[in-house]
Design a protein around this ligand. Structure first.
Ligand SMILES: [Zn+2]
Length: 253
């Protein structure tokens, strides 16, 4: 699929933890922002479990959550994201509940994004060294089903109608981390922004500079697609009229 020219007018980026967005999809978001797209970010937990420091105990969680929200807001400012919504679910024990799907449906109906960007709820193993964090899968699954059917179906979550939130149809869903990626987005012009945004998550990075790893991942994703740096996605086109328009523009020389 050639997504080179696709720029939504507005997009919503949904992730489990502060820093997930910067590790994964920030190159795409930055390129959309540069092309005039308004991006909103929804972060499901505020990352209160993100410390293994032996001197810290439960009392530290609230402090860490506040710190990580500041870091996320700073990262979003680097990317040019318009607004960040924190849903403040507990970190580390997230489940794809109906309550979470309801909250994400509310956010989608409020901001009416043309495109939603999230992770792949099916990703369990990445390589031989990383078991995907279950919060990532839970947030992604809730996001997926908030996009369809909940946000566009009038009689699901009718309480939202009572507060004026009418159904909204998302046209495209960008899923990062899929084994069935079909779209490789060129991020050569925005990889520096992605790295700068990621560096804002100081509480998680410590002294480690993520630049080398981010460049290696992006080079790996791009190498079979004649791209220096890329992010890989599975793209769902949920509005078939949109697909017709895209085909017409793709065939234009
Ligand atoms: Zn995470």
């Amino acid at each position: 699929m050639n997504e080179k020219e696709y720029i939504p007018k507005c997009a919503l980026s949904i992730h489990a933890h502060p820093d997930d967005q910067e590790f994964t999809v920030a190159g795409l978001l930055a390129s959309w922002v540069q092309a005039g797209c308004e991006v909103v970010s929804a972060i499901v937990t505020s990352g209160g479990a993100g410390s293994n420091e032996p001197s810290r105990d439960e009392d530290y969680k609230l402090e860490l959550e506040k710190l990580r929200e500041v870091e996320q807001t700073a990262a979003d400012a680097v990317i040019g994201i318009r607004e960040t919504v924190f849903l403040r679910y507990p970190d580390g024990v997230l489940e794809p509940t109906m309550a979470l799907r309801h909250d994400l449906t509310r956010v989608i109906r409020q901001y009416k994004p043309e495109a939603v960007v999230t992770a792949d709820p099916q990703g369990v193993f990445y390589g031989n060294g990383y078991i995907n964090h279950p919060d990532h899968r839970a947030a992604a699954q809730a996001a997926l089903y908030a996009v369809f059917p909940s946000s566009e179906t009038r009689l699901i979550f009718t309480d939202l109608l009572k507060v004026g939130l009418e159904p909204h149809k998302v046209k495209r869903l960008y899923v990062h981390g899929s084994e069935k990626s079909d779209t490789w987005v060129d991020i050569a012009k925005t990889i520096d922004i992605k790295i700068s945004a990621l560096r804002k998550h100081v509480s998680q990075l410590g002294d480690w500079d993520p630049e080398k790893m981010v460049r290696e991942w992006a080079a790996e994703d791009g190498k079979d697609h004649r791209l220096e740096y890329a992010e890989a996605y599975k793209v769902m086109v949920l509005d078939q009229n949109d697909e017709v328009d895209k085909n017409i523009s793709d065939s234009t020389p």
